[in-house]
Design a protein around this ligand. Sequence first.
Ligand SMILES: [Zn+2]
Length: 332
Amino acid sequence: MISYKELGLVNTREMFKRAVAGGYAIPAFNFNTMEQMQAIVMAAVETKSPVIMQVSKGARNYANGVILRNLAKGAVEYAKELGCEHPEIVLHLDHGDSFELCKDCIDNGFSSVMIDGSHLPYEENIALAKKVVDYAHQYDVTVEAELGVLAGVEDEVSAAESHYTKPEEVIDFSTRTGCDSLAISIGTSHGAHKFTPEQCTLVNGVLVPPPLAFDILHEIEKKLPGFPIVLHGSSSVPMEEVNTINKYGGHLEAAIGIPEEQLREASKSAVCKINIDSDSRLAMTAAVRKHLAEHPGDFDPRQYLKPARDNMKKMYIHKIVNVLGSDGKLAQ
Ligand SMILES: [Zn+2]
């Protein structure tokens, strides 16, 4: 058993409490490479923000669990080296799909896990989440569960259509599972193609997706005052990065995200964790494509991964400062 506490990581409990009370959200950035980790840490240190570094099952398959754990341990030490005395870094499992996977992560240094039983019948979702919570809480690991289904594709998670969370279920669900936070479905979506053009309205030449269901969010807040709410699938898919990718040989059609204005509004509510993955993928790919197109003779990976890292760091800082508002929110 390797406890996250030995690695210098923290769970989400205290940071969520402060985020809900303070009307901001903690960024949850997915990572599976060293450059993403470095960019996340640099951005968090520069902005003095707590941060959740999350890993999906696909990331664990890609990068190996032992390597990712040591990258997270390295993240804490790197943050200190960059001058942050008390970094608040969470290592979180994104979309855990079984008790066994969650247990394996808890036993191997994760400070937080998500158990996603949202595709199961209601009672089975509760039973699975409760089993994970009972195990996790023995080790002071926090648990995120999900009610409602998001559309879109993310690694091994995919659903054709979304089902909004039913506010009448949230009290029963959170009480019976004992979960520490709740991911809900109010119109966000996984991936870089969150909506079809047909679902959007054309405003000044830009496709604007349907607004998030803030009425449902507010109803949930009323039923669970102060309870931490999580939004998945919240990349905004910046057109600037999509255009760069397409200009330098890429082919991304109809990539549409969640407008940042809506995420800014959600951050001020009980939403205290916002998941961003696709935007980092886009920032990395855009920078790599641009560099290689402009420097066709380069073949040292450092030559194109450095601008990729710089571009991701810029994006992370922008999200922290201009969208989520978690800058300057470290406890000490
Ligand atoms: Zn997700």
